[in-house]
Write a protein that binds this ligand. Sequence first.
Ligand code: PLP
Length: 402
Amino acid sequence: MKNSDLLKITEDYSSPIYVYDSAKIVSQYKRLTSAFKQVKNLRINYAVKALSNINILKLLHNCGSGLDTVSIQEIKLGLAAGVPAKEIIYTPNGVSMIEIEEAVKLGVQINIDNLSILEKFGTLHPTIPACIRINPHVMAGGNTNISVGHIDSKFGISIHQMPHLLRIVENTNMNVNGIHMHTGSDILDIEVFLYASQILFDAAKNFNALEFIDFGSGFKVAYHENDIETNIEELGKKLSKKFNDFCKDYGRELTLVFEPGKFLVSESGYFLVKVNSVKQTTSTVFAHVDSGFNHFIRPMFYNSTHEIINISHPKKHKRFYSVVGYICETDTFGSNKRISEITEGDILAFKNAGAYCYSMASNYNSRFRPAEILWHNNQAHLIRERETMDDILKNQVQVSLS
Ligand SMILES: Cc1ncc(COP(=O)(O)O)c(C=O)c1O
């Protein structure tokens, strides 16, 4: 998107505000599917948690994507977006059997990630197809908060528990139609991914009625110029070959599934904020913006770094700034970043703001969550209103305290 388009959006809809460029989402979808064009049956299930606005779900479904969901609410959002239940997979972690039963009634593909639920599910629903999430115990992923395949992780059924898992499957005579892994986000090295996939292939041989193998996600995107990203094309070539070889041995054409979130939407997003003040201290120059980690938590939560651009004056001489928010705790978006000289009132754009940004926003400090704009066919479409005081008060129940 051009800086002038972004600036016009802040003039028309104010700040802070999220903007998503639909063309980037579509091009990332096409890039991924074309990297795996050697696989006959490929399925992409967009991970709703990354960015769950219903218009984004519709956009990706129009591209051919299904959905990966982790809560009953995400399933309902997907259905409301018009995605059929059979194109939705539900991969919860640590939820109750009650929620799983609700998902069964809605008709989505269930993915089970612990032995006790597996046994309950197999006993109650031996004929309903279920996928099983395996934890291959491969240390992958960036920050430890997003690395989920390791030995201490709460996710999936340990590969070391395979004998126990198989006894449950045999005893309940349940129908296992898929096998799944997700080892973490921001995987830097495709060899790690391929190594984990081999563990999954070996595990898959234990089941004779599989329809798909789901390799989860974790593709890393570039956060700044020259940053490493997952080499999707190379992964496509190598994993497709392994997958096709596996299908030949298995004796059936299975579907290869991925469930990317960040890869599809991260780079499409811009978070636009206005500089309220520039404050020089003894050691630092702070640019205080009209937002905080309540709107954009990733830098504080897992040290993510986002490029920050002064789109009001992109050509001015660059200086060092720490860009900080208004929350009354440490609230740093970026420390000592080189940004074109900032004056109060300038608009800053945070890049890579598509994934895990709005979806992790909160009302902390009783602030309103921002509006969201979809930039589609060279036009700005408001896809979520900025909250108001009514939203803050909506569910509060005032009682008589006299
Ligand atoms: C089970 C599962 N699948 C897919 C994803 C999406 O990961 P990413 O956004 O790195 O593509 C996640 C992210 O946490 C996940 O937990």
